[in-house]
Design a protein around this ligand. Structure first.
Ligand SMILES: NC(=O)c1ccc[n+]([C@@H]2O[C@H](COP(=O)([O-])OP(=O)(O)OC[C@H]3O[C@@H](n4cnc5c(N)ncnc54)[C@H](O)[C@@H]3O)[C@@H](O)[C@H]2O)c1
Length: 164
C-alpha cells in the first residue's frame, strides 16, 4: 500500500460508486479526503464513512461544470488543509438514451460534466500544485468511448475500434 499520510486528495463525485471506492482507498493509505459533490444530501454519509478510517474528510457541495463553484471548493480545501496533493476527476454523467431521443441539453450536461468539469478542476488545481511544484491528477474515463451509440451493435474490441 502506498503511504499517503498527511496528503490531501480531492475526489469529485466521491460520495458513491467508484468515487467512494477511490476516496476510501485514498483514506486507507492515509490521505485526508475532500469530497466535491453536486448532490448535497449524499455528502454526510460519505464523510462519516471516510472518517471511520481515521483520516479527516471535508464535503463541499460543488458543481464541476461551474468555474466559480470549483474555485470555492478549492478555496475551502486550502482553508481546511492548506494544500492539495491529489485530484481525482471522477464526477461523470451518462445519459442512456438512443441518440435520436437525446436533446441538446443532454449533450451539454454530459460534455459539461465529463469534459468541461475535468478541465475546470485541472485548471484550478494545477494553479495550486504549481506553487508547490508537486501533485498528481487522475482522470477517469470509460471504455464506452469506443462503443457505438446505436443499439444492437456489439462493442468492438478496443484494438479494432482504435483502428477505425
Ligand atoms: N460505473 C461504471 O461502470 C463506469 C465504467 C467506466 C467509467 N466510469 C466512470 O467512472 C466515474 C464514476 O462512475 P460511477 O458509476 O461511480 O458514477 P455515479 O453516477 O455512481 O457517481 C458519480 C457522482 O458524481 C456526481 N456528479 C455528477 N455531476 C456532478 C457535477 N457536475 N459536479 C460534482 N459532482 C457531480 C454525482 O452526483 C454522483 O454522486 C464516472 O466518470 C464514469 O464515467 C464508470
Amino acid at each position: 500500500m502506498i503511504n499517503l499520510d498527511g496528503r490531501v486528495a480531492i475526489v469529485t463525485g466521491g460520495v458513491q460508486g467508484i468515487g467512494l471506492g477511490v476516496s476510501l482507498s485514498l483514506a486507507r493509505a492515509g490521505a485526508n479526503v475532500v469530497l466535491a459533490e453536486l448532490v448535497e444530501e449524499r455528502i454526510p454519509a460519505a464523510v462519516a464513512e471516510i472518517e471511520e478510517v481515521g483520516v479527516q474528510a471535508l464535503g463541499v457541495q460543488t458543481d464541476v461544470t461551474d468555474a466559480s463553484s470549483v474555485d470555492q471548493m478549492v478555496c475551502a480545501t486550502l482553508e481546511r488543509f492548506g494544500q492539495i496533493d491529489i485530484l481525482v476527476n471522477n464526477a461523470g454523467l451518462v445519459i442512456k438514451k438512443h441518440i435520436s431521443e437525446q436533446t441538446e441539453a443532454d449533450y451539454d450536461a454530459v460534455l459539461g460534466t465529463n469534459l468541461k468539469g475535468t478541465f475546470l478542476c485541472c485548471m484550478r488545481v494545477v494553479e495550486e500544485m504549481r506553487k508547490r511544484n508537486t501533485g498528481a491528477i487522475v482522470n477517469l474515463a470509460s471504455q464506452a468511448a469506443f462503443r457505438y451509440t446505436i443499439p444492437h451493435v456489439p462493442m468492438l474490441p478496443r484494438r479494432q475500434a482504435l483502428s477505425r
